[in-house]
Design a protein around this ligand. Sequence first.
Ligand SMILES: Nc1nc2c(ncn2[C@@H]2O[C@H](COP(=O)(O)OP(=O)(O)OP(=O)(O)O)[C@@H](O)[C@H]2O)c(=O)[nH]1
Ligand SMILES: [Mg+2]
Length: 382
Amino acid sequence: MKIIVIGGFLGSGKTTTVIQLGTYYSSLQKSVGIIVNEVGEIGIDGDVISRFGLETKEITAGCICCSLKMTLRATLLTMIENFNPDIVIIESTGVAYPGLIRDEIDLMNLKSGYIMAPLLTLFDGSRFKQIMKEIKNFASGQLKDAEVIAVSKCDLVDPVMLPVIESGIQQMNPNARIIRISSKNPDSMANLIDILDEARQQPDAVQKEKALLGQNGNLFMAGGSIGNNNFGGIGNNNFGGIGNSAGNTGRKSAQSIADSGVGSFSAEFVFKNQRYVQNMSDSDCENIAKDIMSQIQKNVLSKSPNFLGHIKLFLENNGKTFKTNLTTSEEDPQFEIIDSDSKDPVSKLKILSAATGIESEELKKIVTDAIEKFMKKSGIEI
Ligand SMILES: Nc1nc2c(ncn2[C@@H]2O[C@H](COP(=O)(O)OP(=O)(O)OP(=O)(O)O)[C@@H](O)[C@H]2O)c(=O)[nH]1
Ligand SMILES: [Mg+2]
């Protein structure tokens, strides 16, 4: 069994990459199991991935790198017991430290045996400037354990900027191999697959840490651990970062969500008059999804003018999903229609919102206000 852990900030293209890798491995007749973690209570990505015929388990309401380590363990063990996949792909939340997930798996002593692919972390090239401005400390914490860093969405990046981005990233993690990917460029994905198929190249960080375990079993805490030093270094200083990372003098621990400075809120809304909604045309559904998203966008912008994150809205109706999403303050929402083979006949809206510079409570208010405003305007009750 091969295990691939994919991390990267909110909206950096993890799910898109998971789907491409998963469908590729499936096409080789390999059995693939996917574990996807969402920070909110409502999951969306698991649903999206499973529509590609991929066996998917979703872990919600927290981060598998910190509060949900035991859930990750149980999910992985059940998956192995149930169908012992050839390949397991794990998508972390966008506010996780992926290295902690890799290390946690290494510490599970899985009896079935496994090969860990090089730890992959995505870095959204199209948001380079904003990431460096808004969340540099946190992003560098996410990158520091990566063995492979993929600059994602390269199709959206001015080619002149790519070396600049790569050198900025290399400063944050001098040891990582940096590659370029784009979901629109099959060659870049083929290159990624080749690299994931290579044996893990870095020395085993967990073995190093085991060697550093103190008598009381605590991880080494004085002066930073080998390969994980958070002191100084360009873009690598986690002191005084957003959230409460100050005072963390050793390895990062169970606080990635707080460190990220991201507020989040997720909810599912069921339409009251199902028959009415089911008689709506596709363009009505598209307009509803866009309308609610634009209200949310306006209000998030007013609270956090330079936000980064991922706001995802799914309207599910008549076997189709009308999806709209937004990852920065500077872009327009993206829209697409996905066919669903979901057996769920209930028409509903799912919203996952996560953004920097805004409290979770504020996001909750913004989302619920947007829904209320929509109901008033349209007369459609949710
Ligand atoms: N142009 C372009 N868009 C991409 C690419 N990869 C992903 N996207 C888009 O970026 C947005 C976010 O992609 P996801 O794959 O959902 O990102 P994610 O990292 O899984 O997001 P979270 O799980 O919410 O953190 C979606 O609108 C994707 O369609 C790419 O290579 N090029
Ligand atoms: Mg995702």
